[in-house]
Write a protein that binds this ligand. Structure first.
Ligand code: A2P
Length: 423
């Protein structure tokens, strides 16, 4: 005898549009392309998501970690999710689904299936480790605060300074912007980011979403003892294809005057953090504005040089030319016994193109020595294209120096010692 059709209940994975800062981390991380976005929202396709959780730890805000129990046949579609300004209430759909399930279970005398975001044809998520970088912080990192201020309740900061940090002759207009929070609490750690809410609205009348920027100052303030943070912001005048484009938030920030007020949300990020134990070594690789977190970490270590500490700092920094490299002067003035800096310029007239990877290969013996040390923490921040090249270079250097990268890489990832932030 045929019974009633089985009712399947789904624990549907959703992204909270009110907290999401549209940083694209989840979409990049998802190993099966279940996450997509439009100009309004990032969304999860219930038809594709298998609940593998790969996207959850890297999300800087926690917006990704939302779940609703729904009847599988009535799962929220991506078109509907694109229109949301807030998540649907938990109670309604969930309890209705569970009530139906309970009735059915009583009718059938057996339990109906609850699928936790798992597709019919797959009993488990993929068992391949698709994580290239760490999704846990270094063991000795301080505990970060996240999401203290949200889109609904931003904090208002005052501009304390706005300076250009690339040469006047350079095409890149990169600014160092200091935001002061006065008496309002805004605790941050090096490696974290904040969101800026640019004023105004999009063409279709919606308020602009927050734009995310890495903090360039250490935890105790751009100026020690002040309740402020600094950002490194490049004025966007071209899109990824090189066509003319006007970056809404970067132009707003680069044009700010001292005393202006800015709406800020955050802080965000709980993994790209620095180790606190003073014998830890930092191997930092960056291009352009990817230098922001490196500046924050370096400055924290400079202020806190403990007697007897053995931790080293090694930095590889790439830019088109010397004039295009932000903070060129202050960076090159840092004592050699404090930080070992190698610059790589790709467009110096009359010289061959040089990327950070080339500079790392030239310093292979020193890089290998750090890779060998269990106290070494790697940070890569900047252009997306650099990530692949840097990982390949690390593999090559490891191989040339008797280190098995295939064992070392997962170990670095697991131990919170390989942090990648590229865009
Ligand atoms: P390029 O001269 O090839 O553009 P940008 O100024 O665009 O932020 O770039 C910063 C630096 O990163 C530039 O020197 C740029 O060189 C370099 N770069 C571009 N692609 C890569 C890559 N795949 N790996 C490493 N560096 C790169």
């Amino acid at each position: 005898m045929n019974g009633p059709a089985p009712i399947e209940v789904l624990r549907q994975h959703l992204i909270d549009p009110e907290i999401c800062i549209r940083c694209n981390t989840c979409e990049e991380t998802c190993p099966i392309d279940a996450i997509t976005h439009d100009s309004n929202n990032y969304v999860v396709d219930a038809e594709v998501c298998n609940g593998c959780m790969a996207c959850v730890p890297p999300c800087p805000t926690g917006a990704i970690d939302n779940w609703r129990t729904v009847l599988k046949a009535e799962a929220y579609g991506i078109e509907e999710q694109f229109t949301w300004d807030a998540l649907p209430a938990q109670g309604t759909a969930a309890s209705a689904a569970l009530d139906t399930l309970a009735q059915q279970t009583a009718l059938e005398g057996n339990s109906a299936a609850i699928t936790a975001g798992i597709k019919d044809d797959e009993s488990e998520g993929p068992d391949v480790d698709t994580t290239r970088g760490s999704t846990v912080p270094p063991w000795s990192a301080a505990k970060p605060y996240v999401n203290l201020y949200t889109h609904k309740a931003p904090v208002v900061a005052t501009v304390a300074g706005n300076y250009r940090v690339t040469d006047e002759t350079a095409e890149s207009d990169i600014h160092h912007i200091v935001l002061d929070f006065g008496a309002l609490p805004f605790p941050v750690l090096e490696g974290q980011s904040i969101g800026i809410l640019p004023p105004g609205a999009t063409k279709d009348g919606k308020l602009h979403h927050a734009r995310q920027y890495s903090i360039a100052s250490p935890r105790d303030g751009e100026r020690k003892g002040y309740n402020n943070v600094s950002l490194t912001v490049k004025r966007v005048t071209r899109d990824h294809h090189g066509d003319a484009a006007h970056g809404v938030c970067s132009n707003y920030l680069c044009d700010l005057k001292k005393g202006d007020h800015v709406q800020v949300i955050g802080p965000f990020g709980s993994t790209f953090l620095m180790p606190n134990h003073p014998d830890s070594h930092l191997l930092m690789i960056c291009t352009g504005t990817g230098s922001a977190p490196m500046r924050a970490m370096t400055e924290y270590r400079r202020r806190r040089r403990l007697k007897g500490a053995t931790g080293k700092l090694m930095l590889f920094f790439g830019a088109r030319t010397r004039e295009e490299l932000p903070y060129f002067g202050p960076l090159t003035n840092l004592p050699k016994d404090f930080i070992d800096t190698t610059l790589a310029f790709s467009r110096t007239p009359g010289e061959p193109k040089r990327y950070v990877q080339d500079a790392m290969r030239e310093r292979a013996a020193d890089v290998a020595q750090l890779l060998r040390d269990a106290n070494t923490y790697l940070y890569v921040c900047g252009l997306k294209g650099m990530e692949e090249g840097v990982l390949q270079t690390l593999r090559d250097i490891a191989g040339q120096h008797g280190l098995a990268w295939d064992t070392l890489w997962p170990r670095l990832v697991r131990e919170g010692r390989l942090h990648l932030e590229t865009y």
